[in-house]
Design a protein around this ligand. Structure first.
Ligand SMILES: Nc1ncnc2c1ncn2[C@@H]1O[C@H](COP(=O)(O)OP(=O)(O)OP(=O)(O)O)[C@@H](O)[C@H]1O
Ligand SMILES: [Mg+2]
Length: 263
């Protein structure tokens, strides 16, 4: 479904990402880990179409990625994309209204009721049914994050891009969110890319873990080389093989030492 071919991203003379190659099938859940500043969010923005690769190509179903974000790609960034002046329900219907009523941004009559019903169902799904008339400020962090996820899922994206979506949540809520996301993923053919700083989270949720790391470092010129995908670890979710996870974790821990990379 998604093919990343020799992608580079440079800002001025700073190389952020270099020689990325990756093939992802529909329905995969790619966890992405790596040191701070190594270009994970940048990679998400490339997948979103918000930014263009300086070299190389990203293909979606064999076609070059559309140059602009569209409804096929939903996003949840760590800073929630919810609007404070709109109720929870309006926040969730807004995307539908904007896409279905391009000029006025408002739906009427039967269309409006349908959008509303879809939104209510989605809010139930993420456990916010009772909070439909509240404003985001009246919600806890975990509830706001669920709202952001509901908002993204409403557009029925094929690809969901998550940038440290649970970083700000406490452990209990985090676990609930893990379950919710796993369920949503299993029920649909959703393809997910999720950046996380939490290795365990990456391995628990993902069907594949991608490790971003700088292989070459020139102390005289910190911007000369970019990060690459140094490990691409498929996880066998069906068998929940514990030993495979341990092996993979060992591999990630070794990722910072300089290892040969095979393309
Ligand atoms: N618009 C931009 N213009 C110039 N440099 C940028 C821009 N966006 C990102 N960078 C640089 O690219 C590098 C990678 O940034 P990015 O945000 O992708 O890292 P990250 O892996 O997501 O880090 P973190 O884990 O801290 O979120 C950083 O050195 C950053 O300064
Ligand atoms: Mg980031």
């Amino acid at each position: 479904m998604i093919e990343v071919r020799n992608v580079w991203k440079e800002y001025g003379d700073q190389v952020v990402l270099e020689r990325l190659n990756l093939t992802v099938k529909e329905g995969e859940f790619c966890s992405m880990v790596g040191a701070s500043g190594c270009g994970k969010s940048t990679f998400l923005r490339l997948l979103l179409g918000q930014e263009q690769a300086t070299r190389g190509q990203i293909l979606l179903d064999g076609q070059p990625l559309p140059g602009e974000p569209d409804a096929h790609r939903g996003v949840v960034f760590q800073r929630y994309s919810v609007f404070d002046h709109l109720t929870v329900l309006r926040n969730v219907t807004l995307g539908l209204e904007l896409s279905r009523a391009k000029f006025t941004g408002r739906l009427f009559g039967a269309q409006r009721r349908r959008a509303r019903d879809e939104a209510v169902a989605m809010l139930e799904r993420v456990g916010l049914g009772a909070a439909a008339d509240k404003y985001p400020q009246q919600l806890s962090g975990g509830m706001q994050q669920r709202l952001a996820i509901a908002q993204a899922l409403m557009m029925k994206p094929r690809v969901l891009l998550l940038d440290e979506p649970f970083g700000a949540l406490d452990p209990g809520i985090r676990r609930d969110m893990h379950e919710l996301l796993s369920d949503l993923w299993r029920e649909s053919k959703l393809t997910i890319f999720m950046v996380t700083h939490d290795l365990k989270e990456g391995f628990t949720l993902g069907s594949r873990v991608l490790v971003f790391d700088k292989v070459r470092v020139d102390p005289q010129a910190p911007g000369a080389y970019g990060a690459r995908i140094t490990y691409n670890i498929p996880l066998d979710r069906s068998r929940e093989s514990v030993s495979a996870v341990h092996l993979a974790q060992a591999a990630v821990q070794g990722a910072s030492s300089f290892e040969a990379i095979s393309d």
